[in-house]
Design a protein around this ligand. Structure first.
Ligand code: ATP
Ligand code: MG
Length: 171
């Protein structure tokens, strides 16, 4: 069986990793889809699709899942009614989807694709929004992401990028 797991991964964090490890205990292969892959350099989406792909591949190596996962970037289309077909035309085939996102669950269910809801892992701690806020406030965030992700973000100057794109013209 092959499952699909979709997120924006801004950044990829230990909550995502915990979900993937859980999914890996239930199916043989996982297609990880990087959503809104075209977005970068904004407060909500600081990292490029390519940067996110590198973060994910490197982290998958750390947890020995790399040879069981595909990673595919996916651009947004502004038409939810045909989004599932758009996705299916761009990523490897899959048998089921793991998601808690209500829109994602709705769209796959309407398309007849089985959906499983993974448990949340310390959501108050492991959340992209919370991690980006910690980065902007110069607080500790490194322990909330895999070591490889923290190293990449520092190497790219990711925190400085996030802080500068979050400023307004007058700041
Ligand atoms: P953001 O706050 O930017 O939306 P996020 O932490 O929700 O970031 P996404 O990339 O949106 O990260 O997440 C992809 C999927 O992973 C979503 O379906 C989300 O519900 C799930 N997810 C995120 N954090 C956790 C967590 N701590 N435990 C389990 N699932 C999680
Ligand atoms: Mg989210």
């Amino acid at each position: 069986m092959r499952a699909l797991y979709i997120g924006r991964f801004q950044p990829y964090h230990l909550g995502h990793q915990a979900v993937l490890e859980k999914i890996a205990g239930e199916v043989e292969e996982i297609v990880i889809v990087i959503g809104s892959a075209q977005d970068s350099h904004t407060p909500e989406n600081p990292f490029t699709g390519g940067e996110r792909m590198e973060m994910i591949y490197e982290s998958l190596s750390e947890c020995h899942l790399r040879d069981r996962c595909y990673v595919a970037p996916l651009q947004d289309i502004q038409r939810n009614s045909i989004w599932v077909s758009h996705l299916q035309s761009m990523v490897p085939r899959f048998d089921m989807v793991y998601s808690n996102n209500p829109l994602v669950v709705r769209l796959f269910s309407e398309a007849g694709v089985p959906v499983r809801k993974p448990p949340m892992f310390q959501r108050e701690l492991y959340s992209g929004t919370a991690i980006r806020r910690l980065m902007r406030e110069h607080k500790d965030w490194e322990g909330l992401v895999p070591d490889a992700v923290a190293a990449f973000i520092k190497e790219w100057g990711g925190v400085e990028r996030l802080i500068s794109v979050a400023k307004s013209d007058g700041a």
